[in-house]
Write a protein of this length. Structure first.
Length: 264
């Protein structure tokens, strides 16, 4: 005989009803589930601002390179101008005339290449500057990239377009002094207008001098080109420094060299 322990009837759980036989239905979703894990790369705001600063440094280098190229072109045209002045009364050797002509052409091509390079970098910097400025408020740039590139890079068009684009970007920066920024941009724009006007006058003088066949008129055209190249070189060098100040992280207040103290 064997003793077997059994549970009391009231402690025995009721039997579960058997489920339906056959394959179970596959769950389907009429929408994209959002309850899973997602790995979406997020561009940090500091990384975007660092990109803008990096592009500003590259643009500053390009503007200084443009200033050097314009200075070299100015020296080449000045040497050609001196040769034409001397040639009015004294014949000059043919090899010297060909040498100065070569340096004038080479200097002009170098300045043109540096100008194109700086214009492309300036347009890219303006595009990313506006993206960062509007991104601070969670907005997208209302202007298309191709339109921004045209307004910033095309000669003569950027006389008005570049000032407009920079003014809109500065208005979105809460960390900048509105009055000081507008004043600095206004000074840069006035200088930019003067540089373009002088360049147009120099080109006109140069074309007239080449078509006239007169040595004196040609020399006047070269003198105008020398003046325009020198002014453009100074502006390009200065612009690379001022852009860093206008859109810098902090704007230093101008401290006067002399302070007046009231005497009791």
């Amino acid at each position: 005989m064997r003793w077997v322990a059994r549970r009391p009837p009231e402690a025995i759980p009721a039997r579960r009803s058997a489920g339906p036989l056959g394959p179970r239905p596959i769950p389907r979703y009429v929408y994209l589930p959002r309850w899973g894990l997602s790995d979406v790369p997020v561009v940090a705001e500091e990384d975007a601002r660092s990109s803008v600063r990096t592009r500003a440094d590259v643009l500053s280098f390009a503007l200084r390179l443009l200033a050097i190229a314009l200075a070299v072109a100015a020296v080449a045209h000045l040497a050609r101008y001196v040769l034409l002045v001397v040639n009015r009364s004294t014949p000059v050797p043919g090899w010297l005339e060909r040498t100065t002509a070569f340096f004038v052409i080479a200097g002009g091509l170098a300045a043109l290449g540096a100008f194109a390079y700086a214009s492309v970098l300036f347009a890219r910097w303006v595009i990313h500057l506006r993206i960062d400025a509007y991104g601070r408020h969670g907005l997208a740039d209302p202007r298309r990239r191709w339109l921004v590139a045209i307004l910033a890079a095309v000669p003569l068009v950027n006389v008005v377009g570049a000032g407009l684009l920079l003014r809109e970007a500065a208005a979105m920066h809460d960390d900048l002094d509105v009055g000081v920024t507008r004043q600095r941009l206004a000074r840069l724009w006035v200088a930019w207008v003067i540089v373009n006007v002088v360049a147009l006058v120099a080109v006109a003088f140069r074309v007239v001098g080449m078509l006239s066949g007169s040595i004196q008129t040609g020399a006047n055209g070269l003198a105008a080109v020398v003046l325009s190249s020198a002014i453009s070189a100074l502006f390009a060098w200065r612009l690379g420094e001022r852009l860093q100040v206008v859109f810098g992280e902090t704007q230093e207040d101008v401290v006067p060299a002399r302070r007046w103290v009231a005497v009791a």
